[in-house]
Design a protein around this ligand. Structure first.
Ligand code: SAM
Length: 345
């Protein structure tokens, strides 16, 4: 193991659980390990901007994540940018897999990726201790897919990545699809078939105002009710019960019980009341909501030489101030200063 730093040990230091002033317990951390991306998805990026924020060292992410785990975080999702571009990712996963939660269990370790490099990285990541991956795919038709990613040959690569992830046992395997009206909403039924054929869970996500450009309008969002209605006309859907209160997806199976689709509806059916998440950006800032107007410079405090106890105290105080909810679609809504790719989706 090459990344362990002298400041990191694996014993989580139990402390009070992370809560916010609205009574929510925070047990889910999303960490961006780079804001570089090898795709330029048209609804996410303008195509003119590259990476905008620095990356921390792998040992620095490890130290910060460990502080959160000491405060009761149970699930860590690595994301970006495109996390598979990040050197040292497998070593980071290996170290994270050694950590234990307050209850003594390993972390639930997940990764969100565009899947482009997963064909070669799925097996090493699984061996390092990764539990699950979510692959983003916005079409199941190759030309449409490549019009969205703006990368020729990307569809074939991602399908190979999905199959490699399944073969490696990174399951249940989820595919996330952001739907935009008039753009890829004709893919809905194709995705429902894909879920059954490829034995993956497809989750449709409502488009949020987090793009680099200015594309978002309420009309471009394909709402949950419409997605359910459209699939149901050709393949009747059966609702599945939620597994936990903070589950973001409304889940459905088909009449024969084969396959699962989910719909994440942050715009039309916001789930902020059950939110259990905080985010750490690639440059070490805490974001308590995707739509936060302020960021909290945890890395700055670390660089200033604060002790683990001081840093945990800073995290706990910051999380207390987590926003009650987002205000998408309301008068006066302000887009955050960072877009999704630079926050970590
Ligand atoms: N590169 C990785 C990937 O493609 O999964 C991780 C980062 S990407 C920003 C994470 C997820 O955010 C992707 O599923 C992407 O489709 C989604 N996303 C990007 N912009 C979005 C938006 N404005 N609304 C909803 N989801 C968005």
């Amino acid at each position: 193991m090459t990344v362990a730093s002298p400041i990191v040990s694996h014993a989580a230091v139990p402390a009070a659980r992370l809560t916010d002033s609205h009574g929510r317990v925070i047990h889910d951390l999303r960490v961006s390990v780079t804001d570089r991306c090898n795709y330029k998805c048209v609804y996410c990026r303008t195509g003119e901007l590259g990476a905008q924020f620095p990356e921390l060292g792998i040992d620095e992410y490890l130290r910060l994540i460990k502080l959160f785990v000491g405060l009761g975080i149970e699930k860590v999702r690595l994301t970006g940018g495109e996390p598979l571009l990040r050197r040292g990712l497998t070593e980071l996963v290996e170290e994270l897999a050694r950590l234990r939660t307050h209850s003594g269990n390993p972390l639930d370790l997940a990764l969100t990726t565009n899947g482009h490099l997963l064909d070669t990285l799925a097996a090493p990541l699984k061996a390092a201790g990764l539990n699950r991956v979510t692959v983003s795919m916005d079409a199941v038709d190759a030309p449409t897919f490549e019009r969205i990613t703006r990368v020729p040959g990307s569809f074939k690569k991602v399908v190979a990545g999905v199959r490699a992830a399944r073969a490696a046992g990174l399951t249940p395997l989820k595919i996330n699809c952001v739907l935009l009206r008039g753009f890829n909403d004709n893919e809905i039924e194709g995705f429902a078939r894909f879920a059954r054929e490829e034995d993956v869970i497809v989750r449709f996500i409502e488009f949020m105002p987090l793009e680099e450009g200015r594309l978002w309008t309420p009309e471009i969002v394909v709402p949950l009710a419409e997605i359910v209605g459209r699939i149901g006309r050709s393949m009747p859907l059966v609702p599945m019960p939620p597994r936990e209160a903070s589950e973001t997806a409304r889940r459905y199976t088909f009449e024969d019980g084969v396959g699962e689709i989910g719909i994440i509806a942050p715009v039309t059916q916001a789930f902020c009341g059950a939110c259990s998440r905080v985010r750490l950006t690639s440059d070490g800032k805490i974001r308590t909501c995707l739509f936060s107007q302020v960021e909290h410079d945890l890395y700055g405090h670390m660089r200033a030489g604060e002790s683990d106890a001081e840093l945990r105290d800073y995290i706990a105080r910051t999380v207390q101030g987590k926003e009650a909810r987002h205000h998408i679609g309301e008068p006066g809504f302000l887009k955050p200063s960072r877009s999704m790719v630079h926050i970590g989706g």
